[in-house]
Design a protein around this ligand. Structure first.
Ligand SMILES: [Zn+2]
Length: 139
């Protein structure tokens, strides 16, 4: 018999792998519950997308607001100290992201970005609802 409950176990697993950050897991679980099937952390696609839905030719990136420089977002505010360092760091992430997205789009992928702040409890339902539309609209 399992020592851990299901949720406890998945909590432990996500800590162990390091790849499954919580917001991504949340989106994946939602998609799965809606009957979507996906591949995750796809290494042979540019930017190693978090979630890929081959059937819908759709790629989903779940972006942390800070590291990916979410515009006008409270959670993306840079720390007051070492501002030059952080600005450089985040700017280079933003540049890389947009290059990845452009080249994926060029090869026919529908690319959807979900920001971490959109998955906060108060925004989540709305965001995930519109996600379904964004996926289905592109067929
Ligand atoms: Zn944000």
């Amino acid at each position: 018999m399992d020592v851990f409950s299901k949720s406890k176990r998945s909590d432990i697993m996500s800590k162990v792998s390091g790849k499954d950050t919580k917001p991504e897991v949340l989106v994946r679980k939602f998609l799965f519950s809606k009957g979507f099937r996906y591949r995750k952390n796809v290494k042979d696609l540019q930017g190693k997308p978090d979630i890929v839905l081959p059937k819908y030719k759709t790629i989903i990136f779940v972006h942390g607001c800070f590291w990916h420089g979410h515009e006008n977002c409270e959670a993306a505010k840079l720390p007051a100290s070492n501002i030059e360092y952080w600005t450089k760091k985040v700017t280079s992430n933003v540049t890389r992201d947009s290059q990845n997205i452009q080249s994926l789009k060029k090869t026919g992928w529908n690319v959807i970005i979900i920001w971490e702040c959109e998955l906060k409890v108060k925004n989540r339902e709305k965001r995930l609802d519109s996600l379904v539309n964004e996926i289905l609209d592109k067929i």
